[in-house]
Design a protein around this ligand. Structure first.
Ligand code: WTA
Length: 655
């Protein structure tokens, strides 16, 4: 698909200047200050980042090389420096703010716990010692499959402390997905819990873990199980170990392992358009730096803030803006375990009120879902503690933006619409709230030191306003991914396939308006974005085809008011097509099947049965046509190359 043919239909002219009360004591409070930073970054790119790295990171051994391009596109930053991420998140705060609250936790059932920096440090050290006692050493991979509780962060920090590489798997993923990730990472250990509380039910994490391990995962030696729910679970002697037993008698001091700046901090699996999920590999120092600078620039973070990022640690947002960035700057974070509607639709606002949340960062899908429930619900709560709101994961439509601004932010709080990706490690394009005016639906301008552009097929900048093109990053940046775990070739092919390998290809299309503001238009590949989470069409298709009755499947996204995109599946069965293309029993079964294979998030919303899929003569599935049909739009594409034009009516659900 050529991105240049994408015309923008959105014409949003509203402009919101930073509110005076926010600007009054913002860290970056004027366009001039920001311009000076940008100027510095543009004139002396590596000097700019070196200065940030020296002032924001506590080094065990300072670096002398800033950017090493000799293995491009495997760029290295600060490579001869030694440091430790957990030291930067914990130890360095102890003297000045050991008694400052690090984590405020609220369980779905209402249980509340707070941890000071000193307590968090002691818990992380004890668990790090427990990992060492189990024989874990630097470079070992550990998979974490946990509910959204402080122990998830403690486990991540403990890995970082001893140089083990964690890979967190979202607790909503199935046994199958867990197994694939464990095997790809070659993990020695799995850290999980008996279960978690979500939506008034228990999420059976240990049961799913047992299932995954029973079907493979030969590299796993030990499973550490945190007792969260206390319900009965199976326990395998010799392999399974309770968290509380593992830390029993462990010292609450553990010296950090000093690692090279480039030592992998974590792998996080994310979907691509083809093949299995990719293990995105991040570094230690460069990654940490990006999370710190963005915490300061975009979130304007202070000691007096209570920062609530609602993302689960299973996603990159929960890595950068729960487990690492906020702790590295010594902030107070809020962690909530459960669903936004338990016990009622006011839960988020109730939490904001009771814990006096000052910065609230969530996804458009949540904003739209809460917006649908009406203004009366947030109106029942005191939201006056809020001072800044954020959005991430997909484009936020202007209607939801305005609602967020008026009803939640009460026209007082700036909104930071933050564009970034698992691969970028931290926020790349977003407003600096005290210095950049916002426009509903635009993520505004790249951060200082991030050289983003919109280019055409040949890599030339598109200067004509509002003309769509490829979103690229033209210079390597510290928090960028380093590779795809175990697959350098895939890293190069996926992210550097065009423009002579010079620019990072984000996979999104974008346009810039007359003021240079960026507007993200969508993915250029076949990646679905459901509720702000990326899912490869391939993954859902493979799951469907794995069902004994399915011969072939194609899935596409169709716009959905709440989820952003809903999944529409076209299925060809082995044997005869159900009469009229409808089989509700089978549809139910297939939806449950996909939930089992990947996770409930991947369940198709619609399934339509046909005798065939529309293919070109060369055998390619005509996805664009399927998208048109899924949207219920009139077909304007040329269908003459179709092998079997008659199936169009079946695909449209007309026969
Ligand atoms: C999309 C999430 C528009 C985009 C941090 C990107 C967005 C993908 C925005 C990455 C935004 C993320 N506006 N689109 N503010 N933020 N996206 O890896 O398509 O889960 O490429 O990282 O989400 O999703 P990922």
């Amino acid at each position: 698909m050529s991105v240049e043919n994408i015309d923008s239909v959105l014409n949003e002219e509203r402009l919101f200047e930073p509110a005076a009360i926010f600007k009054a004591d913002a860290r970056i409070s004027s366009a001039d200050t920001l311009a000076t930073m940008r100027h510095h970054a543009n004139e002396d790119y590596t000097g700019f980042w070196a200065e940030q790295a020296r002032s924001e990171i506590s080094w065990h051994q300072p670096f002398s090389t800033v950017l090493d391009k000799s293995h491009a596109p495997h760029y290295q930053w600060f490579s001869d420096g030694l440091m430790n991420v957990s030291y930067n998140c914990l130890d360095r705060h102890l003297e000045t703010k050991g008694n400052h609250t690090a984590i405020v936790f609220e369980g779905e059932q209402g249980d509340i716990r707070t941890l000071t920096y000193h307590q968090l440090y002691a818990d992380v050290c004890a668990f790090a010692n427990a990992l060492k006692a189990q024989g874990i050493t630097k470079g070992d991979r550990i998979v974490i499959y946990m509910p959204m509780i402080p122990e998830a962060v403690i486990a991540m920090q403990a890995c970082a402390r001893i140089g083990a590489i964690h890979s967190v798997v979202f607790g909503g993923f199935s046994a199958e997905s867990l197994k694939d990730r464990i095997e790809d990472a070659g993990a020695r250990m799995l850290i999980t819990a008996d279960g978690g509380h979500r939506g008034g039910k228990i999420v059976e994490l240990k049961a799913a873990a047992d299932k995954a391990l029973a079907s493979g995962c030969a590299t796993i030696e030990k499973v550490i199980v945190y007792q969260r729910t206390g319900h009965a679970i199976e326990f395998k002697e010799g392999r399974d170990l309770w968290w509380h037993d593992a830390i029993d008698c462990m010292d609450s001091i553990c010296m950090p392992e000093w690692v090279e700046a480039e030592h992998p901090l974590f792998l996080l699996y994310t979907s691509g358009s083809t093949g299995k999920p990719k293990g995105i590999q991040h570094s230690s120092a460069g990654y940490l730096l990006g999370t710190i600078t963005s915490m300061k620039w975009v979130f304007d973070i202070r000691d007096s803030d209570t920062f609530w990022c609602t993302a689960d640690v299973g996603w990159v947002t929960g890595h950068s803006y729960v487990a690492y960035g906020p702790l590295a700057v010594g902030a107070t974070i809020l962690i909530y375990e459960g669903a936004p509607t338990v016990p009622n639709a006011g839960r988020f606002w109730d939490i904001c009120q009771r814990h006096k949340v000052t910065i609230f960062y969530t996804a458009p899908t949540a904003i739209r879902a809460l917006m649908k429930l009406g203004d009366e619900i947030p109106a029942q709560y005191d939201l006056s503690s809020l001072r800044l709101l954020g959005s991430v994961g997909e484009p936020i439509n202007p209607e939801a933006w305005i609602w967020y601004h008026k009803t939640i932010g009460q026209e007082r709080c700036p909104i930071v619409d933050t564009w970034w990706q698992t691969e970028t490690g931290c926020i790349m394009i977003a407003p600096i709230p005290g210095a950049v005016a916002t426009k509903p639906g635009s993520c505004t301008l790249p951060l200082p030191g991030i050289i983003a552009d919109v280019v055409d097929e040949n890599g030339n900048s598109i200067n004509e306003p509002n003309k769509g093109g490829y979103l690229v990053i033209k210079k390597p940046w510290p928090s960028m991914l380093r590779t795809v775990w175990g697959d350098d070739e895939r890293y190069i092919k996926t992210y550097w396939p065009k423009f002579g390998g010079k620019y990072y290809l984000a996979g999104d299309s974008a346009r810039r308006d007359k003021d240079g503001y960026f507007w993200i238009m969508g993915r250029i590949d076949d990646v679905l974005n459901v509720s702000g989470h990326r899912l490869g069409t391939m993954e859902v298709e493979s799951a469907l085809v794995a069902h004994p009755r399915v011969a072939e499947a194609a899935v596409v996204g169709r716009p959905d008011e709440i989820k952003g995109e809903a999944i529409f599946a076209y299925v060809v069965l082995k044997g005869t097509r159900p009469a009229g293309g409808v089989d509700e029993v089978l549809t139910k079964e297939l939806r449950a099947w996909v939930a089992e294979q990947i996770g409930p998030i991947a369940k198709p919303d619609d399934i339509r049965y046909s005798d065939n899929l529309p293919k070109t003569r060369s055998g390619k599935i005509m996805r664009r046509l399927l998208r048109t049909i899924a949207k219920g739009e009139e077909i304007t594409q040329d269908t003459s190359t179709l092998e079997n034009e008659a199936i169009l009516l079946q695909l449209q659900g007309k026969v």
